[in-house]
Design a protein around this ligand. Structure first.
Ligand SMILES: NC(=O)CC[C@H](N)C(=O)O
Length: 392
């Protein structure tokens, strides 16, 4: 797989992935024309590529799909997880075929172009995934030129000078700018998205650090009235909304690099005994606010079949039960740094890493995985009910 940076494009190559170590992977470009820099990760989900590509947590990332046929059910207006930029590009095995699905509205290739995302097909994604598993997630540039013209030295320079995700605060860039009242509920075939009902529902203020919409839909489904606020909303402004509980969303970037707008506000909410629920980045920042540390993972966890086990006190008869979960994270809470009073509630059965915490004596908990799925299994929906149920 290693080539020199000055290798000419092989005949017919219209796309390339240039890794920061000089490895050049040729293929067929699709979607937007140009180039984009990011960290290359892999996702093992077999379905849900549109949801993956629109998850803001993938900002500044290039997703390698291990499932070989991507794009074949097209795209539609309902399966968006966010309108903001998510993954900058994707790498796939097979060339994208024509769509075949009754829900499809726009071909995946056209959709990628319209969204400004670059695709690369015809890549040995199995070899690339093995490489990431062995050597960690590399920084890279993905490029698409229909004429097959690439300045490889410039692309390599771009990949090498990109500072990488560690230490990078990205949540602020993908958060909403304005407060929003959210009332959409879950999707059902033949009905589309439902709506929340009732005036006496507990009010959840959800802080958007780069949230997936399906999280808000699940909060509504579990019985909450939801107001979404931008990442930089102050403690005072959050309290002025009189929340019964505050939700901390997922989002991109390094949790330890988020600025004064995040962890100090969460710490103040915790000190005020506000009920809190965090997912992924929100979980990591809750852990930081409680005094734990986070770290960059070797290759991260991204897929729709990650087993997570319930551990510790408080589960009663369901202690030890395994949930199959959806995941997308490249950072993790260091389970060895949990201070007294912070209990580990879930661990990954793949590598034993921390997947959940609860703060003793408070109504505050977080999970590293994605109970809202989208894509993925719905084993963990109970967490939304647990949170909304706490808000009486
Ligand atoms: N999905 C997320 O919220 C991801 C959180 C964080 N950016 C990580 O990569 O670990």
């Amino acid at each position: 797989m290693a080539f020199s940076a000055s290798s000419p494009a092989p005949h017919g190559a219209t796309g390339v992935l240039v890794l920061a170590d000089g490895t050049i992977i040729w293929g067929k470009g699709f979607g937007a024309i140009g180039d984009a820099v990011g960290e290359v990760c892999f996702n093992t989900a077999m379905t849900g590529y549109q949801e993956v590509m629109t998850d803001p947590s993938y900002a500044a990332q290039i997703v390698t799909f291990t499932f070989p046929h991507i794009g074949n059910v097209g795209t539609n207006g309902e399966d968006m997880e966010s309108a903001v930029e998510g993954a900058v590009g994707c790498v796939v095995r097979e060339e994208v075929t024509l769509q075949s699905n009754f829900r499809s509205e726009v071909e995946f290739v056209e959709w990628m172009k319209a969204k400004g995302k670059i695709g690369l097909s015809g890549v040995d994604t199995r070899a690339l995934t093995r490489r990431i598993r062995m050597s960690g997630a590399p920084n890279a540039v993905i490029a698409h030129s229909p004429e097959g013209k690439f300045d490889l030295d410039a692309l390599l320079g771009k990949a090498q000078s990109w500072p990488g995700l560690e230490g990078m605060d990205l949540a602020i860039g993908v958060s909403r700018r304005d407060q929003e009242s959210w009332n959409g509920s879950y999707w059902q075939l033949g009905h589309g998205y439902g709506e929340g009902e009732g005036d006496s529902r507990p009010h959840v203020v959800a802080i958007d650090y780069g949230a997936k919409d399906n999280i808000f839909r699940n909060l509504v489904r579990a019985g909450a009235k939801v107001t979404v606020v931008p990442a930089q909303t102050s403690y005072a402004d959050i309290m002025a909304l009189k929340p019964a509980g505050v939700f901390l969303s997922n989002g991109p970037g390094d949790p330890a690099a988020t600025g004064e707008y995040a962890v100090p506000v969460i710490k103040a909410l915790l000190d005020a005994d506000m009920p809190l629920f965090g997912i992924c980045l929100g979980h990591q920042m809750l852990a930081l606010a409680a005094g734990a540390k986070t770290m960059k993972m070797h290759q991260g966890h991204r897929g729709a079949n990650h087993p997570v086990q319930r551990v510790g006190e408080g589960w009663g008869e369901t202690s030890g039960l395994v949930e199959i979960t959806s995941m997308n994270h490249g950072f993790a809470v260091d389970g060895d740094t949990l201070p007294e009073g912070v209990e580990q509630t879930h661990v990954s059965l793949f590598d034993g890493s921390n997947c959940g915490i609860a703060i003793a004596g408070k109504k505050a908990f977080g999970v590293q995985y994605h109970p809202e799925a989208s894509p993925g299994p719905q084993d963990s929906f109970y967490l939304f009910e647990k949170f909304v149920g706490m808000l009486g």
